[in-house]
Design a protein around this ligand. Structure first.
Ligand SMILES: [Zn+2]
Length: 84
């Protein structure tokens, strides 16, 4: 069994999008899929909250939520970001 465990991040095998759900795992129908691209391929990142997608896009693509950015500018100096 242990041989099937990936020891390096590159060795991790992810299920392909569209495959049957993994037995025993809860299936969510309200997932949000990233519309971005990585190395010319559609990104397969899926998560269940808009915040998660935003975080992913910010980390992966450096995207910035313009609305949030402006809001932060206005509040700057008054108060630190609330943990984001
Ligand atoms: Zn993505």
């Amino acid at each position: 069994m242990l041989e099937a465990v990936a020891h390096n991040e590159e060795d991790v095998e992810y299920p392909q999008a569209g495959e049957e759900p993994v037995e025993g795992l809860e299936v969510f129908k309200d997932g949000l899929q990233c519309m971005g691209q990585q190395d010319g391929n559609p990104c397969k990142y899926v998560c269940r909250t808009a915040f998660g997608i935003q975080k992913h896009c910010r980390l992966e693509y450096g995207w910035v939520n313009e609305r949030g950015r402006r809001g932060n500018v206005r509040r700057k100096g008054k108060q630190a970001l609330n943990g984001m």
